[in-house]
Design a binder for this molecule. Structure first.
Ligand code: MN
Length: 314
């Protein structure tokens, strides 16, 4: 099994001033976080969660791995909230999928109401159960699923990351099949689009993650775009995962942790496209180019010396 195409997209929507969602699309790790809290604290919480997950992403696998990275993210958000009164009470949802291509399994961990779905053989299945008030009322029979969709308290979550010193992570494992298309999303998608409409959009996009991601955001905005909308899509495919090129010994310095910054600064930071490690390592002349440059410099020196010698002896 290997991971095929993948894409992530986030959008502020049409009603909110800020985007407090964050996502990761770094195979084999995929995640969505939907922050909450006063001022800009929700944004800080979601970005802290994404940064913590991204750091752990390549070193772990399975349910234990995904649980450990979410627990660590919880610890970091909780400690930041204690240290910085401006962010007190901040929290975030998180839904993370960690693919193990060797065993062909996908471990999914989640806290809150961001969801994971699987499109397999044309059928869209919701994999996660929301940790939300309305989901509990539905499971206890107080509300029907249809009533839950229109409930004014539908965005109230019963579990969050970073609001308590410890967190209970719900995990599950899916045995993957070639052709599987996984979708992770913040609640801004399902509150605007029914599962049927989401499935139709995925099929209309011919299951291409990038096309489907854009189409889902457009469709959710067309329905009102009442919340931030974030979707991450990845497919599983037949075959081996390509051999991983050995990484350079040096690593770029870690990204600074997100701070509560003035609007303009934070906005600029958010808009800046993130250069991936792979694209960074491809910049510059490389070993071959370096040798050519060295030859050129040596040749220039020799010619310079000859010209100087000719000038003096003349
Ligand atoms: Mn949301």
């Amino acid at each position: 099994m290997r991971i095929g195409r993948a894409a992530g997209v986030t959008d502020t929507g049409r009603r909110r001033l800020r985007n407090e969602d964050a996502f990761i699309c770094e195979p084999p790790l995929f995640a969505v976080a939907d922050g909450m809290g006063g001022a800009r604290a929700g944004e800080v919480a979601a970005r802290l969660a994404a940064a913590a997950l991204e750091e752990a992403g390549t070193q772990t696998r399975g349910e234990q791995g995904v649980t450990a990275m979410i627990v660590e993210a919880n610890r970091r958000i909780w400690e930041r909230a204690l240290a910085d009164p401006a962010t007190a009470g901040m929290g975030t949802t998180v839904t993370a999928a960690l693919v193990d291509t060797d065993s062909g399994t996908v471990a999914i961990g989640h806290v809150g109401d961001s969801r994971a779905y699987l499109l397999r053989d044309g059928a869209l299945e919701q994999l996660t159960t929301d940790h939300s008030l309305v989901a509990e009322l539905v499971s206890s029979g107080v509300l029907t699923p249809e009533e839950a969709e229109r409930h004014p308290q539908r965005s109230a979550i019963t579990r969050a990351l970073g609001t308590e010193p410890t967190v209970e992570v719900e995990v599950l494992t899916i045995a993957g099949q070639p052709g599987d298309l996984f979708l992770l999303c913040s609640d801004g998608l399902p509150t605007m689009l029914s599962d049927g409409k989401v499935a139709a959009a995925l099929e209309a996009a011919e299951r291409d993650p990038a096309t489907a991601g854009e189409a889902l955001v457009v469709a959710a905005n067309a329905q009102g775009g009442e919340d931030n909308i974030t979707v991450v899509l990845f497919e599983l495919a037949e075959g081996e995962s390509p051999a991983v090129e050995p990484m350079p010994a040096e690593r770029p310095p870690p990204e600074p942790e997100p701070e509560l910054a003035p609007d303009s600064e934070l906005e600029a930071e958010m808009l800046e496209p993130e250069a991936s490690e792979a694209s960074l390592s491809r910049h510059g002349a490389g070993p071959g180019g370096r040798a050519a440059a060295l030859v050129f410099i040596l040749a220039s020196l020799v010619i310079g010396a000859l010209v100087l010698y000719w000038g003096i002896t003349r």
